[in-house]
Design a protein around this ligand. Structure first.
Ligand code: ATP
Ligand code: MG
Ligand code: MG
Length: 528
């Protein structure tokens, strides 16, 4: 298609059917500062970034901060950091609250043009009337009276608090979004940026079309659950004689066994189900990055499904599998032995401790070398030990081959191995043998670490709006295992991604010497 040709002409590596990619586009990401960014927001942010910057245009991050009951400075700051984590650099940062005076004047104009009226139906009740397509009993309120109540609202008076302003569009329209939507509310709670200056706040329905036009946005990206709202969006711009803005819909992104509602995520944090917004179980940007997600993987995953308009309920596995592609090459290889499963093993013919040097990863020599401590006593893991037979030739990874000379199994019938003797056979062919992980049983070489795996917080694949969150919260989502790791892990910096050979990839959360045990998080492999 033409759009695809345009996309590839602009050097795009993903085929997204967007309009006018060849012209610089101005897009905006409009987060409400009422929570930290989650992976759903990442889709919106990355698509806006992609459209703007692929076309040499402008990305605006506009804080949709029009509801002081939900918003906080903490969240505003966090969102800017979250964008930074995703390597998204907005060309302009703006705030709906910067435009409260402008918005107020647009509302006055709408009222003076007879296109809006004041309504004092109790909040819920007014919306009930709209559902059954009844006009508000105030629908015919005069311009003068509407202005009078708007003034009361602006003052935040007791009377003003009872009122809102509605656009007079079509109370009986088949499209519910056109049934005289609320455009202004009164709220006496102080705003985190404007303090007590304003007592009236425009709704998102009123703000978005006006500010998109006003700030020079050329393409407004909206999730397609807003599609019914598109005519309402256009109505606002028409009614105020503003430049029209093209809307481009994309699908909301959901994941199985995951909640992506800021209200619910706030509950999970406030109830102490997790350690905080950056908990590795949280679907927040900082949560998934802390767990080991990389930004290029996230970007590729999201942009690859750019054109899809179906509401998605995705599996996490596909994203984690993709992530592996980005972590593998730079992941130093280390060894860990689960403490409870350690079996001591004699290596016959070895007298003294010996330290050799090996590449951290044989396929990426740039990572440098690590120390491998050889010793007459080494630890194996029970599961490996149980698979051995006397007389068998095996390979001690990073050392060489050995024969299994003696295996002692415990009496109780558990078959667990209590003792093993190996005899080195370094001339042996390593291509044909079983590979075993091992660690020299020398105190300086056994670094105690915690390895932590996590499970989903939610027990149901697709949580409905009507489901009660507390009925579907998993009770135990953290599995902590004590292990010994090789001495080289002491040098790793917090945030490092490594592989424990034959186990998987891990992200270092607590580095050595922080006064606690070292902690590694298990990065999901993507295999289900
Ligand atoms: P919540 O329901 O969690 O409060 P929201 O949509 O109200 O989320 P906003 O801060 O208003 O949160 O969203 C900013 C942008 O992110 C909007 O453009 C919104 O459409 C988009 N967005 C939010 N959730 C998702 C999602 N799950 N998938 C795709 N885009 C999303
Ligand atoms: Mg919102
Ligand atoms: Mg929402």
């Amino acid at each position: 298609s033409k759009a695809r040709a345009a996309a590839s002409a602009a050097g795009a590596s993903y085929e997204i059917d967007l309009p006018n990619l060849n012209r610089p586009m101005t897009t905006r990401f409009p987060p409400e500062p009422s929570g930290y960014l989650h992976i759903g927001h990442a889709k919106a942010a990355l698509l806006n970034d992609y459209f703007a910057h692929k076309s040499s245009g402008t990305l605006i991050c506009r804080f949709d901060d029009t509801n002081p009951s939900k918003e906080k400075m903490e969240f505003q700051d966090a969102i800017l950091e979250d964008l930074g984590l995703m390597e998204i650099v907005p060309d302009k940062i703006s705030y709906s609250s910067d435009y409260f005076q402008v918005m107020y004047e647009f509302a006055l104009k709408l009222i003076q043009d007879g296109k809006a009226f004041a309504d004092d139906s109790e909040l819920g009740k007014g919306d009930e009337d709209r559902k059954i397509r009844l006009p508000s009993k105030r629908r015919d309120l005069s311009i003068e009276e509407t202005l009078k109540y708007f003034t009361e609202m602006k003052a935040g008076s007791k009377e003003g608090l009872r009122w809102c302003i509605r656009a007079r569009i079509a109370y009986d329209s088949p499209n519910g979004t056109l049934r005289d939507p609320v455009i202004y509310r009164c709220n006496p709670i102080p705003h985190h940026r404007t303090g007590t200056q304003w007592k009236i706040y425009p709704t998102y329905d009123f703000c978005a079309p006006i500010l998109d036009s006003y700030e020079g946005v050329t393409v407004a990206l909206r999730t397609n659950e807003y599609r019914d709202r598109n005519v309402q969006y256009e109505w606002m711009q028409d009614a105020l004689g503003l430049r029209k803005v093209t809307i481009w819909d994309f699908s909301r992104m959901n994941f199985i066994r995951t909640v992506l509602s800021k209200r619910r995520l706030t509950r999970i944090v406030d109830d102490g189900k997790v350690w905080g917004w950056d908990d590795p179980r949280m679907p927040t940007i900082r949560g998934i990055i802390r767990r080991g997600m990389t930004v290029p993987a996230l970007r590729e995953f999201i942009l690859k499904q750019g054109p899809s308009r179906n509401i998605l309920n995705l599996e996490w596995g596909a994203l984690w599998a993709l992530n592996k592609k980005y972590t593998d090459h730079d992941a130093a290889r280390h060894t860990a032995i689960v403490q409870a499963d350690a079996v001591t093993c004699r290596v016959l013919g070895v007298d003294d401790q010996n330290i050799i040097s090996k590449p951290k990863y044989i396929k990426n020599l740039e990572l440098g070398t690590k120390k491998v401590v050889q010793n007459k006593a080494v630890l194996l893991e029970q599961i490996d030990a149980q698979g051995l037979e006397e007389g068998e030739e095996i390979t001690l990874m990073n050392w060489g081959n050995a024969y299994v000379r003696r295996i002692v199994r415990d009496e109780s019938g558990q078959k667990s191995v209590t003792e093993i003797n190996l005899e080195l056979h370094l001339e042996g062919d390593v291509k044909k043998t079983k590979k075993l992980s091992w660690l020299a049983a020398v105190e300086s070489n056994l670094v105690p670490v915690d390895i932590v795996s996590f499970d989903y917080l939610i027990t149901k694949d697709k949580l409905e709006k009507t489901d009660k969150l507390e009925n579907f919260l998993a009770s135990n989502t953290e599995l902590r295992t004590q292990a010994f790791a090789d001495c080289n892990v002491k040098e790793l910096a917090k945030g490092a991604i490594i592989q424990f050979e034959r186990k998987g990839y891990y992200k270092l959360d607590v580095a050595y010497g922080e006064g606690e045990r070292m902690v590694f998080f298990d990065i999901p492999s993507g295999k289900t």
